[in-house]
Design a protein. Structure first.
Length: 165
């Protein structure tokens, strides 16, 4: 019986010991601000065909995919795809109305926003209006935020990027 009481004393003693670590508080507002800035920077690099900049937000292990606003099939955003000559370019491109939705563990974020601009075709019309809504899914991979997927669609009575030939 003495051994049982002694064993229970040890178990209770260890269970009452404070073993919690101090975990630094996460400033959720700062995370939202940072992700919004990364989203803007990533998209600016993408539309200017700057893979060297865009790639810092793409996971080497996971990559990133996109559904473009022209209804084309799912595309892996690789260096070749981002740097490709498209036959058109943006004369203007502006993102607005960012909203960031965080998972409870603050390791996944969905960013939604609108974009407006003008498209110039290499062999055709110039300043064609462009208006879309978009979402991006970002994940925290070993302390670094990476974009996993983007989805774009034209806003009501608007058009997105042109269908590629």
């Amino acid at each position: 019986m003495k051994k049982l009481i002694f064993l229970l004393s040890i178990i209770v003693g260890f269970s009452c010991t404070n073993t919690t670590e101090t975990i630094p508080a996460v400033d959720a507002a700062q995370v939202v601000s940072d992700i919004t800035a990364m989203s803007n920077d990533y998209q600016s690099a993408y539309i200017s065909r700057d893979w060297n900049t865009a790639s810092k937000w793409v996971s080497a292990d996971l990559g990133t995919t996109i559904y473009n606003s022209n209804g084309s099939s799912l595309t892996v955003q690789s260096q070749e795809e981002v740097n490709a000559v498209r036959g058109w370019d943006f004369g203007a491109f502006e993102m607005s109305n960012h909203q960031v939705f965080m998972s409870s563990d603050l390791n996944t974020a969905v960013v939604t926003f609108d974009s407006d601009g003008l498209i110039n075709f290499d062999d055709g019309d110039q300043n064609v209006p462009y208006a879309t809504r978009a979402s991006q899914t970002w994940v925290n991979e070993n302390g670094e935020w990476k974009v996993m997927h983007s989805h774009w669609s034209p806003r009501t009575n608007s058009q997105g990027i042109p269908q590629q030939n």
